[in-house]
Design a protein around this ligand. Structure first.
Ligand code: NAD
Length: 275
């Protein structure tokens, strides 16, 4: 049965792939992004291959913007059945330069060098808002359509760092842990109204956001990129397409008794102690 699917951050690498996969299955897709030009391109790709999609500019941190988007979605596609909360990411202001603090770091004169003690509160708040509030608010707005219907699902996007924090990115790690926690909370809260809530925890996918952290300009791996590959038993970065089958499973009746889970899609990263 064709459903109405809303994806936030769907102009981005991972969720544009998921938007196209939903459309391929015959669902009607609302492609939402802060950057309308990115969303429009994804929607155009879908419609040019015979799928049904609309593009909308929406900021996941502003309720009126989400409410406006909902009005258009309801008018053009109908009542919402599935929400994928894909908008998220890190910010350089919430990132330390090194993994570990050494005493001499406090005296460093290197421009831009940041220890934990230099992290900017605004950067930390930006990352918490984007990932946590940016999941909480769209759910408040779009999930109302799901109440009283059957087969409705919410899919959040957590991360590996929600299980064990990654070095350098305390805000992003904490915010994604909050997303996983909220996934469980909401699954319980909405259990009596038949809305299931689950999350994906992608491992390391080479995207524009992390390309400079993981690869050098000549395409070779940075030290961090190499560390990740060494720590990933399957020996590669993820590809956006690796998320499709689990997404379709969690958002369909095939998983009808599954709610409140966070599924790692990580080539074994989270299972491996490194020894
Ligand atoms: P991406 O940067 O390609 O896509 C994110 C999209 O969100 C962008 O198109 C951006 O314009 C949009 N966006 C940013 N702020 C927004 C806002 N306020 N309102 C609406 N849209 C906004 O990133 P991606 O790699 O596709 O990541 C998608 C999700 O997966 C994110 O939540 C990310 O944290 C998570 N994730 C990514 C990886 C990875 O390796 N790439 C790993 C784990 C989790």
């Amino acid at each position: 049965m064709s459903k109405v699917v809303v994806l936030t951050g769907a102009g981005g690498v991972l969720c544009s792939t998921l938007a196209k996969a939903f459309a391929k299955q015959g669902h009607k897709v609302a492609v939402l992004d802060l950057k309308i030009e990115l969303a429009q391109k994804v929607a155009d790709d879908i419609t040019s291959t015979g799928g049904k999609a609309i593009a909308l500019a929406a900021n996941v941190l502003e309720k009126p913007s989400l409410e406006q988007a909902k009005t258009v979605i309801n008018e053009k596609l109908g009542s919402i059945d599935i929400l994928v909360n894909g908008a998220g990411g890190n910010h350089p202001l919430g990132t330390t330069s090194n993994s570990f603090l050494y005493e001499e770091d406090l005296m460093s004169k290197v421009e831009g060098f940041k220890t934990y003690f230099d992290l900017d509160t605004e950067g930390i708040k930006f990352v918490f808002d984007l990932n946590f509030v940016g999941t909480f608010l769209p759910t408040q707005v779009f999930a109302k359509d799901m109440i009283g219907k059957k087969g409705c699902n919410i899919l959040n996007i957590s991360s590996m760092n929600a299980f064990t924090p990654l070095t350098k990115i305390p805000a992003y790690s904490g915010a994604k842990a909050a997303v996983s926690n909220f996934t469980q909370w909401l699954a319980v809260h909405l259990s009596k109204v038949n809305v299931r809530v689950n999350a994906l925890a992608p491992g390391f996918f080479l995207t524009e956001q992390n390309r400079n952290l993981l690869t050098n300009s000549d395409g070779s791996l940075t030290q961090r990129g190499q560390q990740i590959i060494d720590q990933t038993p399957m020996g590669r970065f993820g590809m956006p397409e690796d998320l499709i089958s689990t997404t379709m499973f969690l958002c369909s009746d095939e998983s009808s008794f599954v709610t409140g889970v966070v599924i790692p899609i990580d080539g074994g990263f989270s299972a491996y102690s490194g020894v």
